[in-house]
Design a protein around this ligand. Structure first.
Ligand SMILES: Cc1ncc(COP(=O)(O)O)c(C=O)c1O
Length: 372
């Protein structure tokens, strides 16, 4: 089976894990700090500290916790996203207000968000679908004029750029995921990029159960008796083992990004003009694609999924609209007709660095065969 997504690791990650096991510090230790520094350098924004955590969901949770939201405060978020975006909002007691996306790029529709904005709206969570940050500067300007905080769900967008700067290098709070399928992986992991040192200090405390420990204990003998508990927190820290994997992946990131872009370009070239499909017009000079998502028109998606499965090709739907899930039906705001239509059309084809050129051509052939 050609998988729709999978991690790419090699002897370097294995050797790093062996080193980590020998060190026998598996919790928050020196390599986590090293990864935070390395990510900061990669992003090119020294004034924006990075706080590593154990998942992208944890990064979103922590970002929202930094906003001190009150019960009933509202966060604007597209319905077309992974459920983690919503669960992070409800985890801090706030209310997700589900918005439409724009048909042409599957990104938050600001005009719709504006209609849904109320006096309780405190933040907006754009989701950089497929790695595309869209007009991020415009979104920040829109939010700034309305006094809204911005928590970017950049789970898909590690490596993408906007206006010559990396996603994460500008704006307010940016959240990345390094789970097993992402543009780089730590095994599991995530990172929160903070707007200033004070936010990073608070986020650092909250990721570790609110415990304040002397910095000197990092990577050395644990100081179990010398901590104070100063705020509500959670167990969100990244394991040193995951950080070691992430450090190796970061070295490979340029090659990973180039391969993902090359595959997406090839799909665009071969499938772009295909009758019955609509592609997302992404600029691969600045977007590192995490998924390759098409719209399958004329009600033919289920047939295409089945045809590809019969040819040993896995596909995915990223994502079933959240307002249709049982838990969120009571949120109000439905119907979201554009999102619902897209929810029935979108389909992601295999995209990952372990795909060979032959496999990419095979996928293209099989899609064409079905649509012919
Ligand atoms: C849009 C989006 N947000 C958040 C997450 C959560 O990241 P993680 O799986 O690392 O918790 C994901 C993961 O796939 C995602 O796709």
């Amino acid at each position: 089976m050609i998988r729709v997504s999978q991690p790419t690791t090699g002897p370097e990650e294995l050797a790093a894990l062996e080193r980590g096991l020998e060190m026998a510090y598996f919790g928050h230790a020196a390599n986590v700090v090293e990864l935070e520094k390395a990510l900061g350098e990669f992003l090119g924004a020294a004034e924006r500290p990075v706080v590593c955590v154990n998942s992208g969901t944890a990064a979103l949770h922590l970002a929202l916790a930094c906003l001190d939201l009150m019960p009933g405060d509202e966060v604007l978020v597209p319905s077309l996203t992974f459920v983690a975006s919503l669960q992070a909002i409800t985890a801090v007691g706030a209310k997700p207000v589900l918005c439409e996306v724009r048909e042409e790029n599957l990104l938050l529709d600001l005009a719709d968000a504006e209609r849904r904005r109320t006096a309780r709206t405190k933040a907006v969570m754009p989701v950089h679908y497929a790695g595309n940050p869209g007009d991020l500067e415009g979104l920040h300007a829109w939010a700034g004029e309305r006094g809204l905080r911005v928590v970017e769900d950049a789970a898909h967008a590690f490596g993408s750029s906007v206006g010559g700067r990396k996603v994460g290098a500008l704006g307010d709070l940016t959240c990345f995921s390094f789970d097993s399928l992402k543009n780089i992986t730590c095994g599991e992991g995530g990172a929160l990029v903070c707007p200033d040192a004070e936010t990073a200090r608070r986020a650092g405390l909250m990721r570790g159960l609110g415990m304040q420990r002397p910095q000197a204990s990092l990577g050395g003998p644990p100081s179990r008796s010398t901590y104070d508990v100063v705020c509500q927190g959670w167990r969100l820290h990244m394991s040193n083992l995951n950080a070691l994997v992430g450090l190796e992946q970061l070295k490979k990131a340029p090659a990973f990004f180039a391969r993902r872009q090359a595959i997406a370009r090839r799909y665009d070239q071969a499938l772009g003009g295909q009758h019955g499909l609509a592609r997302l017009p992404l600029d691969y000079q600045r977007v590192v694609p995490f998924i390759y998502t098409l719209r399958v028109l004329d009600g033919r998606r289920a047939g295409l999924i089945e045809h590809l499965r019969s040819q040993d090709i896995e596909t995915a739907v990223n994502y079933p609209p959240n307002h249709l899930h049982s838990l969120y039906q009571g949120l109000g705001g439905a119907p979201l007709p554009i999102t619902e239509k897209l929810g029935e059309e979108i389909l992601s084809l295999p995209l990952h660095c372990a795909l060979s050129d032959e496999q990419v051509e095979y996928v293209i052939d099989k899609v064409g065969e079905f649509l012919a």
